[in-house]
Design a protein around this ligand. Structure first.
Ligand code: Z5A
Length: 202
């Protein structure tokens, strides 16, 4: 049986990482084999690209192409093999991040991003995407308390408002795939929503 592909999305600081391990554990308890992974990253090569992407100055096209280079390696070596043997893949970010950050945030070429996605994974999109939705100023406030900023997190509020609006448009376009989570809710309430949805997917 083929596994399922679940992604977590949202602007930085919206709170998705707080729930990832917990969510994977709910699936394991239900007897599923789970691969918890992330983008950019998830393989040795993709993690090396992640370090460059988060740390090095680069132009917007280089950034976009490196995101997809990391994704291709991750899909080929880890995600596709896992799904093929029945493992559920829980992924911290996927191509919706590219559409939201490199497309809406950087005001980049959305059609080219979609072309790259069609080339790299024409047959593979998440079965479910959880979008953690939070106003950018609140996400910024949470982030500032949590850790020092990386290259993306150093962007201004207007950038993150565009990213958020991009995500919201993606969710409106695919209401069956996206579940939008009000990230202003408490961690416990969010877990209730996730647990109910997780049970419905299993
Ligand atoms: N990126 C891209 O541009 N294009 C792409 O295609 C891909 C990625 C795949 C790395 O992602 C960067 O890559 C990312 C976009 C770009 N930009 N940045 N930076 P990442 O996912 O590794 O980094 P991140 O988004 O910054 O994730 P994070 O550090 O794990 O943050 P988070 O998951 O959104 O939040 P958190 O760590 O779970 O929570 C933040 C704080 O809020 C923390 O103190 C929590 O305790 C607190 N929190 C969490 N939930 C709540 C609630 N409900 N109430 C109150 N406080 C809360």
């Amino acid at each position: 049986m083929k596994g399922r592909f679940i992604s977590f999305e949202g602007i930085d600081g919206a709170g998705k990482s707080t729930h990832l391990e917990w969510y994977a554990e709910r699936l394991r308890e239900a007897g599923r084999a789970v691969l918890l992974t992330r983008e950019p990253g998830g393989t040795e090569l993709a993690e090396a690209l992640r370090a460059l992407l988060l740390g090095e100055a680069m132009d917007a096209r280089t950034e976009l192409l490196l995101m997809f280079a990391a994704r291709q390696d991750h899909l080929e070596r880890r995600v596709r093999p896992a799904l093929a043997n029945g493992t559920w893949v829980v992924c911290d970010r996927f191509t919706d991040s590219t559409l939201a950050y490199q497309g809406s945030g950087r005001q980049g070429p959305t059609e080219r991003i979609r072309d790259l996605a069609d080339w790299i994974h024409p047959d593979l999109w998440p079965d479910r995407t959880y979008l953690f939705d939070l106003p950018a100023p609140e996400a910024l406030r949470r982030r500032a308390q949590a850790r020092p900023a990386d290259r993306f997190e150093a962007e201004d509020v207007a950038f993150f408002e565009r990213v958020r609006a991009g995500y919201q448009a993606l969710a409106r376009a695919e209401p069956n795939r996206f579940l939008v989570i009000d990230a202003n809710e408490s961690i416990d309430r969010i877990r209730l929503v996730l647990a109910n949805d997780c049970a419905s997917l299993r």
